[in-house]
Design a protein around this ligand. Structure first.
Ligand code: HEC
Ligand code: HEC
Ligand code: HEC
Ligand code: HEC
Ligand code: HEC
Ligand code: HEC
Ligand code: HEC
Ligand code: HEC
Length: 412
């Protein structure tokens, strides 16, 4: 009997709650039709806070009203969300994510790739269609390519747009994983990741967001960045190694003068150009470390990572100079418009075996080696990183000898 009454009370309470929901939550024209054609999408939307006061039309406009005119629905951009979330959108736009499309659009490499691979999101574009602020920027290219690349849904996925979801490190996993940036794998198997994942509630180990989005700041940006460079260093050896790398990247010419590519690097915010900026980004993270660790422990750790970065760049610079030598001596063909330095930003679009090894050294082994030192993962730093770089360099030296011998024999 008691149970029966409890049931009725719960039912009454639910009915009362539903009837007090704001008008927008249910029953808009859009939702009625979409509840039939895309029911689970509508359910997702209603999981989120925004369903309490908003309808589909707040983000997609009113132009599309029936089954035949779906192409008139507006696809939201950062500007759409900025209307109501100005602070988060502005922070986001100051960070590296908002440069994601610029980085690949400016590369000569990408122009030779299939459209679905870049614009159609099946390759590079799947993670890099970022930073397109207004509708025009997206509509200017064929719409069928630019769909489903909207930035803000990358961490709080549509249509639930949940803050809780975005706070979990898995929100970063889909992009920050794999070949050239396995931050997920490195973090999740480090002491930090393990401590966090074993007991999320206790939150002892730091998540990605704790170090990279302190206090929810949507501006993500680091000191050494993807390229693993410190152009503000005063260490002459480090400067020398980096000069070789910058030549390989095409930012310096053979004489060591800046090329027009510097503007792309600046626009993409790919390296820190002044010391104060570098130090401020560093401090932003190390201040987090010091909430859990002693200052000298933290400083020693980061210093060791910087020292490893120097060793890593030393190996890479040596390999670059060997391949440059082969190109300089005409043993590897230098194509029109290219300098003698290997074209690192052509990635895997290179013709010779030795340049393929150099590419793997750059994108696979060097990336893992230095990224792991900053993410407290000695296994990645060693066996997937530094040790593999030694192997690459040995192979490059051997191929250099063989290619020179074959070239000399052919010349006879
Ligand atoms: C009579 C049914 C109906 C109504 C009413 C309706 N839609 Fe749709 N909508 C559809 C159908 C069907 C599609 C899928 C078309 C396709 O993919 O070929 C669609 C697609 C969409 C898309 C995806 C567009 C794209 O390019 O992928 C959005 C966004 C959308 N609707 C939003 C809305 C909004 C907002 C409203 C209200 C203003 C609305 N819909 C009203 C039937 C409807
Ligand atoms: C018309 C104003 C408006 C627009 C446009 C808008 N939002 Fe919201 N958003 C809100 C309101 C209101 C809330 C609820 C605020 C609260 O409860 O604190 C909210 C909450 C959120 C939350 C927090 C949800 C949670 O779990 O606490 C996220 C994330 C969010 N919006 C993302 C977005 C994104 C992404 C876009 C663009 C695609 C967007 N919003 C567009 C008004 C808007
Ligand atoms: C799985 C998602 C994903 C794919 C696919 C992907 N990238 Fe990236 N890319 C990233 C992430 C994440 C970063 C930042 C990583 C870091 O800083 O360690 C990045 C960084 C870069 C950068 C450096 C940008 C900078 O400002 O420092 C370039 C250039 C780049 N990617 C080009 C490409 C190209 C070209 C392709 C296709 C061949 C590609 N990416 C495919 C996720 C991806
Ligand atoms: C807070 C803003 C917001 C609201 C409100 C919203 N959407 Fe969306 N919707 C988005 C975003 C962001 C995308 C992805 C656009 C992109 O990546 O280009 C999207 C994409 C879509 C798509 C195409 C992608 C897919 O998964 O099929 C459909 C269909 C769609 N929305 C329908 C709806 C319907 C129906 C509603 C109401 C129940 C709704 N949307 C409410 C932001 C919103
Ligand atoms: C890189 C992941 C990521 C991206 C991309 C992202 N967010 Fe967030 N968002 C978060 C995290 C993490 C939180 C939780 C912050 C906290 O702990 O307070 C959050 C929280 C929010 C909230 C909840 C209220 C608040 O202010 O904390 C809103 C609103 C929001 N984001 C809007 C946006 C908008 C708009 C965009 C696109 C310009 C966006 N987010 C892109 C990770 C992201
Ligand atoms: C949609 C894929 C995607 C998701 C999801 C994503 N990122 Fe990124 N992230 C990228 C790309 C692409 C870049 C490089 C952008 C560029 O080219 O400038 C990047 C760059 C960064 C950088 C800057 C590195 C530098 O060069 O200084 C940090 C830090 C970062 N992401 C952290 C995060 C965190 C933390 C999360 C989760 C809360 C996250 N990202 C989620 C794709 C993503
Ligand atoms: C304990 C703090 C901490 C955590 C947790 C953390 N990072 Fe980092 N991350 C760093 C430090 C330190 C650097 C190097 C920053 C510098 O140059 O000063 C870095 C650098 C990066 C970079 C730039 C390239 C690189 O790897 O050096 C990206 C991208 C990045 N982190 C993403 C992530 C993602 C995604 C996660 C979660 C899977 C994560 N980080 C977890 C501290 C952290
Ligand atoms: C939210 C707290 C928290 C933050 C922030 C944090 N750590 Fe940790 N860290 C831990 C915990 C918990 C462990 C596991 C302790 C153990 O191994 O016994 C750990 C382990 C480590 C370890 C490996 C194990 C050891 O104790 O020797 C290193 C190295 C480390 N942290 C360095 C850092 C650095 C550098 C930063 C900033 C970039 C940082 N941590 C940020 C909590 C944190």
């Amino acid at each position: 009997m008691r149970r029966h009454w409890t049931g009725v009370i719960v039912l009454v309470a639910v009915v009362a709650l539903v009837s007090t929901l704001p008008a927008g939550a249910v029953g808009s024209r859009c939702e009625e039709c979409h509840a039939r054609i895309t029911p689970l999408l509508v359910r997702d939307f209603n999981r989120g806070k925004m369903a309490e006061t908003m309808t589909c039309a707040d983000c997609h406009g009113e132009e599309h009203t029936g089954v035949d005119d779906a192409d008139r629905a507006t696809l939201p951009t950062i500007a759409t969300c900025r209307q109501c979330h100005e602070d988060r959108a502005e922070q986001y736009l100051k960070g590296k994510h908002a440069r994601g499309f610029l980085a690949i659009e400016a590369l000569p490499f990408t122009h030779g790739q299939p459209d679905p691979y870049v614009a159609g999101q099946k390759g590079c574009g799947g993670c890099h269609t970022l930073g397109l602020v207004d509708q025009k920027a997206r509509e200017s290219e064929s719409r069928k390519y630019y769909r489903y690349g909207m930035d803000c849904q990358n961490c709080h996925t549509r249509h639930a747009f949940s803050m809780r979801e975005a706070r979990e490190p898995e929100a970063c996993q889909t992009c920050h994983m794999g070949f050239d940036h396995p931050q997920w794998e490195m973090w999740s198997s480090s002491k930090h990741g393990v401590a966090y994942l074993m007991d999320r509630k206790a939150h002892r180990g730091p998540r990605c967001q704790d170090c990279h989005m302190p206090a929810g700041d949507h501006r993500v940006r680091t000191a050494v960045g993807f390229l693993g460079l410190d152009l503000t260093t005063q260490d002459p050896e480090m400067q020398k190694y980096q000069a070789s790398i910058l030549k390989g990247l095409g930012v310096l010419d053979e004489k060591g003068e800046f090329t027009p590519l510097l503007d792309v690097v600046k626009a993409g915010d790919m390296v820190r150009l002044d010391r104060a900026d570098f130090d401020a980004e560093r401090r932003r993270i190390t201040d987090r470390c010091k909430e859990c660790h002693g200052a000298s422990f933290v400083e020693a750790n980061i210093k060791n990572a910087d020292l490893m970065l120097k060793e890593i760049n030393k190996l890479f610079a040596e390999a670059i100079e060997i391949v440059a030598g082969l190109r300089r001596d005409g043993i590897i063909e230098v194509k029109e418009g290219e300098g003698v330095y290997p074209q690192l930003l052509q990635f895997y679009e290179v013709d010779t075996h030795i340049e393929q090894i150099l590419y793997e050294m750059f994108m696979d082994h060097r990336m893992k080696a230095f990224q792991a030192t900053y993410h407290m993962n000695p296994d990645y730093a060693t066996w997937y990183g530094y040790a593999k770089m030694k192997k690459d360099l040995a192979e490059i030296k051997e191929l250099d000898r063989e290619m020179r011998a074959a070239h000399a024999a052919a010349a006879k």
